[in-house]
Design a protein around this ligand. Structure first.
Ligand code: HEM
Length: 412
């Protein structure tokens, strides 16, 4: 295959039309060769069945860039970024991936995470108390609710002092802004040198934190991971640092955007908002439907073909980059009747918003609990919650990987 399509997918305007762009690609060919805004030619997998089989086949499609095409090299990354994320669980394949995942999996089982629900509820209630106390009956749902909720949950879970939360938010945003598909400039107009200085500071902070946790373990996840054993082996300091960085990068923006996307989806579908208000017991299924409808992660990590192969009959050459478009697969009419309709009572909703296969989201049980608590609490305690801005001009963040809002003014 030599020709590549060049759809506009990253600009802010393109965010609103992205689902149509994906549908056009999927209808023409669920495995299409596309030139990314980064200039790179990749295969985009937009069909549900094709995406599922691609994500679950780690023998043929590797996450680690060890099989790049001739002449192409992995981009050289600054040393601090390599320390934080190079070779972390998200970018290695089994058996190394299996080993790392086993050391942390226990803290993220649905049973374990269910025990965190009362704490998540308490954090959410405190946030809502603060909002209800305000004189003006309006707030920014993103900045005042969707950001602090996962930030507080994650800081408490990891055992990070609450006073340092804002630094974690900044570090997580800075790392996300380095993603070549993010199209997001660094927050607060920081220069590249300032960004790097902050990322180096993040490394120093984590090094010191890990030493403290090793010396005086507490009842938190970092201490737990430091002591966890699999096959008689423990995580090294370096592995622990990468794991914490991965959790911070993977767990904050995603959950924040889930909350914003859910509220937007319900505002745009008032019948569904009414239904959820009348029947809060529908919340677990409603969250799954909103993950399918507006999942906060639009594309998978890139994979590389380990051999000359095919997906859905389309030949792929060894080394070529393949990306699963989760947002497109989750609106495949071959899988879902009326895929563009939000239906919180939808059944058989095995969406791909958390991926599938070996790298399927580690934090999914936690994100589900946070999503359920956030939406039921907002609806119950602010029964008149409504948008205070036009929903036609929704400020989606630019970029391809994350789908989320930069702000959403609401009244109650
Ligand atoms: C709604 C919120 C979230 C969504 C939509 C989401 C989505 C995803 C997806 C799609 C992947 C797999 C990517 C691929 O295979 O290419 C993934 C992996 C991952 N996620 Fe999440 N995530 C969310 C929340 C979280 C949270 C709260 C945490 C941590 C507390 C987390 C930690 C991770 C980690 C560590 C991985 C890598 C797993 C591995 O490589 O084995 N995520 N996530």
């Amino acid at each position: 295959m030599t020709t590549s399509e060049q759809p506009d997918l990253m600009s802010q305007a393109a965010r609103e039309t992205a689902y149509d762009t994906y549908a056009a690609l999927r209808d023409t060919n669920p495995v299409s060769r596309v030139r990314m805004p980064t200039g790179q030619d990749v295969w985009l997998v937009t069909g549900y069945d094709e995406c599922t089989s691609f994500l679950t086949d780690y023998h043929r499609f590797k996450t680690s860039p060890t099989v790049m095409p001739e002449g192409m090299e992995a981009p050289a990354l600054p040393e601090a970024v390599v320390r934080l994320l190079g070779g972390s669980m998200g970018s290695v394949d089994p058996p190394e991936h299996t080993r790392q995942r086993r050391l942390v999996q226990q803290a993220f089982t649905p049973q374990y995470v269910e025990r965190l629900r009362p704490g998540v509820q308490q954090i959410t209630d405190q946030l809502v108390d603060g909002l209800l106390d305000r004189e003006e009956r309006t707030f920014d749902l993103v900045e005042d609710f969707a950001v602090p909720l996962p930030l507080t949950v994650m800081s408490d879970m990891l055992g990070i002092p609450r006073a340092d939360r804002d630094r974690f938010r900044l570090w997580s945003e800075l790392l996300l802004s380095l993603d070549p598909t993010s199209a997001q400039s660094a927050p607060q107009g920081m220069s590249p040198a300032e960004v790097m200085a902050e990322i180096e500071e993040f490394v120093r902070y984590l090094d010191a934190l890990i030493q403290r946790k090793r010396a005086e373990p507490g009842d938190d996840l970092i201490s737990g991971m430091a002591l966890a054993e699999a096959d008689g082996e423990r995580m090294s300091d370096d592995e622990l640092l990468k794991m914490v960085a991965l959790l911070v990068v993977g767990g904050l923006g995603t959950t924040q955007h889930l909350i914003g996307n859910m509220v937007l989806a319900l505002f745009r579908n008032p019948d569904q908002l009414r239904l959820l208000r009348d029947k809060p017991e529908l919340a677990p299924g409603a969250v799954e439907e909103m993950l399918r409808y507006h999942g906060p992660i639009e594309i998978s990590f890139p994979r590389f073909a380990a051999e000359d192969t095919e997906i859905g009959g389309v030949p792929i050459s060894r080394g070529e980059m393949v990306i699963g478009v989760l947002a497109a697969a989750d609106r495949d009419p071959g899988r879902y009747p009326e895929p563009d309709r939000l239906d919180i009572e939808r059944t058989a909703n095995r969406h791909l918003a958390f991926g599938r296969g070996a790298h399927m989201c580690l934090g999914a049980p936690l994100a589900r609990v946070e999503g359920q608590v956030a939406i039921t609490t907002l609806i119950a305690r602010m029964p008149d919650l409504r948008p205070a801005q036009s929903l036609d001009e929704t400020p989606w963040r630019p970029g391809l990987t994350l789908r989320g809002l930069t702000a959403l003014t609401v009244e109650f």
